[in-house]
Design a protein around this ligand. Sequence first.
Ligand code: HEC
Length: 152
Amino acid sequence: MEFSLNNKVFVFAVILLICFSCKNEAEPKPLEEEQNEELIMYQPSEMANLMNGMYAYNLQIRQQIINGEVPVSMPLDLMKLHSADMSNGHARTSVWNSKIDGFIEAQQTIIVDTLSNVELKQRYNTAISNCLACHKTECTGPIPKIKKLLIQ
Ligand code: HEC
């Protein structure tokens, strides 16, 4: 039996319908995107990750210094502090800008300055004080945690 024009139109309409229903099934995409956006919002910022890395690093060398060992390597790229994206409404304020270089120097001096006559423990505590000096205004939440890094 030959397809009449009507049958062809009917088949075309069915195909169209299937196409549209496919599309409809794929429609939840915007929702997925929305969920992804939410996930991104809850992801720590590049800066938060870097800060947590600095915390972990200092916790580690703190123990080494207490054990009488001399920390020799600094695995973090502190220059990223100048470019890392921040979250939660944080920004490079004038306070940030006035503190960041002093902090980086103090942090690097712990391992770089082997000829320094300033005691290792004191150099370490100076770096941690520099964390605190910036955190006092720029991000107060982690202050109690950072204070515990100080070697008494
Ligand atoms: C020049 C300012 C400045 C210095 C110095 C600084 N911080 Fe931060 N820190 C910040 C800011 C701003 C944030 C918030 C970043 C964000 O949420 O994007 C932050 C966030 C953090 C966080 C929270 C990360 C999270 O999960 O949200 C920790 C922990 C932290 N810093 C530890 C440290 C430690 C330890 C040091 C020193 C080794 C240090 N910070 C030095 C400004 C500073």
